[in-house]
Write a protein that binds this ligand. Sequence first.
Ligand SMILES: NC(=O)c1ccc[n+]([C@@H]2O[C@H](COP(=O)([O-])OP(=O)(O)OC[C@H]3O[C@@H](n4cnc5c(N)ncnc54)[C@H](O)[C@@H]3O)[C@@H](O)[C@H]2O)c1
Length: 426
Amino acid sequence: MLGKDQPVILQMLEVPGEGMKKLQGVKMELDDSAFPLLAGTTMSSDPHEAFGDADYALLVGARPRGPGMERKDLLTANAKIFQLQGSALNEVARRSCKTLVVGNPANTNALVAAHNAPDMNPENFMAMTKLDQSRAEGMLAEKYGCSVDEIDRMIIWGNHSSTQYPDISHASIKGKWAKSVVDMKWYESEFVPKVQKRGAEIIDARGASSAASAAAAAVDHLNCLHVGSGDKWQSMGVVSHGEYGITPGLYYSVPTLCTGDRTYRKIMGVPIDPYSAKKMNTTEKELLEERDGVKSLLGGSFEKIVKPYNVREKLRASMSEDELKTLVETEAKFTFDETLRVRILENVKSAAPKPELTIVNEVLKEGGQPPYTKEIFDLMKGNPMQRKKATEMYTEVKIKTAVSKLSDEEKLALRGSVKGKKAFEF
Ligand SMILES: NC(=O)c1ccc[n+]([C@@H]2O[C@H](COP(=O)([O-])OP(=O)(O)OC[C@H]3O[C@@H](n4cnc5c(N)ncnc54)[C@H](O)[C@@H]3O)[C@@H](O)[C@H]2O)c1
């Protein structure tokens, strides 16, 4: 999970009684497996003990839906577990601890845990949607006869639930734009609902939640974070700062890049067409309802780091009536004009943030020559903070260069279609 040379100590948490008894069996099996990288195992039924000095926390244990239990009751019962676990993490885990929430409802559980860990960065809490991405990639690979490695930029937006939106608008299959390959009728009527309901389909077949695939996805998620995943896009339920017009503070799945420095970067500025916007709003609405259902348990405030902004609204507010009219017309045209769409997509693709190492190599090769300024070059050689700044400046140069090549009409279409901060700055 953390690379082939990194030993780990597993500090396992279970409920007292029957849960602890079963955990003893799990511990025996782990010990008997003699895994070379397993440096120790501990068991506890107290999160304050289990989370002590943790670098990573995988929150899997959750209450399943019982007979006669309403969705709201399930939400509250689980929220209480994650309230306690968030607060225990806050007290005893490492400040830099990364927490992956798997137990359902994963996004809202992540929200509750993060709110109850006021001394920890909300960015360090994540809800797992990697399994949904893997499911979608698996289905595309099977249908189009390729390996999952030949599929990239598959996005899961929103909630890990049946409202999630598996989006292929930016995906590539065997190097080709997915929308030029995929049968869109099949996509809308079969693929989307199948990905959305895959979890339930597995429960029907097995009588229990997905286990091996969920575990593989959790391992993959943390492996991407710790070791990096190159240029491959990874979907994660992470705290919204208002990107893509999503309500700030929600844990909403978006595409990210993991550069192997224990963090993720959201991919900004991908164009959103009206079909996608509708689906993204539906899953956001569900997350807002879930958030309202657990309001009383949301102790902390994210105000310090979550600065609300709705780019699209701001952009529209700053426009004259004539500009707005042109924008609406161009947006309508944008929806139908696939050539324009592909061209814009290509520009945005080449402007998307890259892993830091790739950027460093590229900037070093240019030796600080334009379009990368000497300042970026010098910062690249500095400490991690300076490198982060250089990466941001580099991305800006890349995006500005890409956008400068667009026609006025394309710029307008791009501005109108992207809810990302960068687009707002063009
Ligand atoms: N995000 C995803 O993609 C994804 C995929 C699969 C499963 N899930 C979810 O993961 C959760 C676990 O699924 P499962 O099939 O392993 O369930 P399970 O019931 O087989 O196992 C859950 C375990 O957690 C323990 N537990 C319950 N409450 C606990 C608490 N407060 N502290 C410590 N341990 C506790 C239980 O005793 C049990 O051993 C469920 O909520 C499920 O819906 C999510």
